[in-house]
Design a protein around this ligand. Sequence first.
Ligand code: MIG
Length: 719
Amino acid sequence: MINLFRFGKPFNTESTVKVIPPCAETMPSNFGATISTNISFLYEYKLQKDNIIFGLGENLHGINKRGNKYVSYCSDDPNHTENKESLYGAHNFLIVYSPSEPVNNSFALFFDYPGEILFDVGFTEENKLVVSTKRKSIDLYLITADKSDSNILVSITTQFRSLIGQSYVPPLWAFGFQQSRWGYQNEKDITTVYEQYKKAGIPLDAIYLDIDYMKDFKDFTVDSERFPDLEVFAKNMKDNGIHLVPIIDAGVKIEDGYDVYEEGVSKDFFCVKEDGSVFTAAVWPGITHFPDFLNPAAREWFGNLYEKLLSKGIDGFWNDMNEPAIFYTPDAVENAFKKIKEYEGKNIGIHDFFNFRDTTNVCNLRSDYKSFYHKVPTELAGDYCSESNQSGVRATVNEKSGDSLKNQYTMVCHDDIHNLYGYNMTRSASESIEKLEKEKRVLLFSRASCIGMHRYGGIWTGDNQSWWSHLELNIKMLPSVNMCGFIYSGADTGGFGSNCSRELLLRWCQFSIFAPLFRNHAAAGTRNQELYNYENVDDFKTAIMFRYALLPYIYSEFLKAALENKLYFSPLSFEYSNDIRALEVEDQLLVGDSIMCAPVYEQNARGRYVYLPEDMGLVRITPLTDFSSLETLPVLPYKKGSYWIDIAQNEFVFFIRKDKAIPFCNLKKSNIATKDIDIKKVSLLGFKVNEERLLYTQYLDDGISKITEKSVEKRTLYL
Ligand code: MIG
C-alpha cells in the first residue's frame, strides 16, 4: 500500500511514474510524526531497539544505516572518509524494519524533494529517526506491506520500485569486463590496453575515454591529433570486440567559435545569475557555463549533441562532474582576494590563521550553488519561486524570450533543486539517444544522481580509493542503491585514488565478478592498475573468465531485477528475515535468486567466516578450474550454520542456494568478449537437496534491441 502525504506545494521532481492522489488525512502516528511549519519540514520517528534501517542508496557505512547522519546533497568530494555525510547521489528512500513486529511496524518512506535533506538515523539521539528539509513543501510517500505478504521487505521495496518506474537496462556488452584510466591520451594508449589484455588472454569489452580525448576538454569534440579518425578507430576496436566509452562533463567551455557554447548562449540554454547574466564556473575546460538541464528545451538541445559521437559509432557514455562540480567561480575568487588582502601586513593570530588559510578554499562553495538559477516549467515548480529571484531573473527571461513565456517558466534557485541536476543531465542524454538510436540500447551512466534517474541510466559510485575499507563499502553500498532503483551500478574496481596493491585488486575483482557494472578505473598519477601490470596475471584471468562464464546468470537476474522491480543484490535479511543472525550479516550478499557471494575483503586473509542461513552448496573457483567443462565443478554441500572457509588469494568461492540452479556458458578459449558468448547455449550447475529436478527460469534477449513487453524471452531450464 502506498500513501502520499503532501505538504505545501512541492516541486515536481518527476521521480515517480505513478500518480497517487495525496491523502486527505495526516499520517497515522504509528509511522511517525510530521511537523510542517511555514518555512521548513520535519519528520520524526521513535525507533525501537531492534529496528533496522535499510536504504539511502549511495552513502557510507553499513547496510543498516542506523547510528549515523546523512545529508542528501550531491557532492563532488573524492575523499570518502568515514566522517563524510554526502556522496554523489541523493537517494531519499529508507525502510524501517521491525524484526519483532514485521507486518505491523515495518514501513518505508520516500522523501520526494529536490534539495538538501538531512537524515539523522539515531545519531543525535540513538532511538530517534529525524528527517528534515529547509523548505516546507515536500511529498512524503509511506509504503507498507499487506498482511498477506509473505516477505515484507521484498514487498515494500517492490512497491516502491513500481512507484518510481522501471530501471535502466544497458546492452549485454556492458556486462563484460571494462577497463578505464584517467590519463589514456590517444589511440596508441587505447590500442596498448587492448593488445596487453589480448596478450594476457583476459576477456574485455570496453575501454574508456576520459577527458583527454576531447579538444581542450570541450564536450562533443575530439582532439584530432590524439584521435585522427575516431570513427575508423572505434570501428576497428569494435571489430576486436572493444567498445569505446567517452566521458561527457557537465560544464561547457566558454570559447568563441565553439558551436556548443555559442548555440547555448544564443538560445538561452545556460544557467543564469540573479541579474540575468550567464553563470560562469571553472571546471576542467577552464571557465564554463552550465547547461540548464531543468529547462526541457535545453535538455533536448544538449541531449541531441550526443549524436556527434553516436554518428562515429560510439555506443556508450559516462556523464561526469554533474553535481555539478565547481572548481571555482570568478566571483568566489574575487571574494577570496578581497578577504586575503584584509590579512596583508597584519599579524595573523591563531584564530585568524585558520580563517586566512580557508580563504583560498573556493571549491564547490554553497554560496556559488545559491547564486544561479534554472528556468523551470511553471507547472513543475510548485511554490519554488523565491522572492529574491523574482525581480531580476524573471525580467531577463521575459525580455529575451518574449512575454508569451511569462507564465510558462519560473526561475528557481539552483541550491533548492540541486539534487536534480545530474539526474536531468542523464535524462537529457537518454531521451535524445532513445530517439537517435532507433534500434539499439546504449550504455549510459552518471556520477551524480537522484531517484528518478534510475530510469535513464546507471551509476558508478565515484572517486573511491584503493583501500580495503572501500572494497567493504562497495559490498555494502550496492544492495542499498538497488533498493533505490539503481541496478546497473558498480564501484571503480581496484579503487580510483591511491595506489592499488595486487592483493587488493585481485580480491576486488573477485567481488566485482557479480556486479552489473564491472569496471577497473584509476586516477591519473596512481599506479598503473590494468590487470596485466601485476604479477601472476593468470590469477586475474581466472576471475574475469568466470565473470564471462556466469554472464547468462548475471544478465538474466539483472533483467528480472529491472523488469520486476526486484533487487539484484540483496542483503540476507531480504530472504531470511526470520533469522536473527542473517539480519546482521552485511558482508555476504544474495546475487539474484540462486547465488550467495561471500567475498574476502581483508588484507592477508586466507579465508573468512561465512554464515549459512540454510543449507547451501559451495563452489570454488581456482586457477586450475577448467572453463570448458564447468558442469564438472563440485558443489559441496554445507548444512546451515557458521563456518571458516579457506580461500587462498587466487581463489574465490560462492554458494548456490538450496534447490536452486545457475546457468553458465562453458568457455572454449580465452581472448573473448561478450560477442563470443552465446547466452542461449547454457548448461546448469545446481545444488539439489529435496528436489528431483531443479529448474531455472532464464530471462534473455538479443542483448541489444530495445526492451519491450515482448522482447525478453523467459524460458525454463531443467537440471
Ligand atoms: O576532477 O575526468 O569521478 O572518474 O576519471 C576529476 C577525470 C574529474 C572525476 C571522475 C573520475 C574521472 C575524473 N573526473
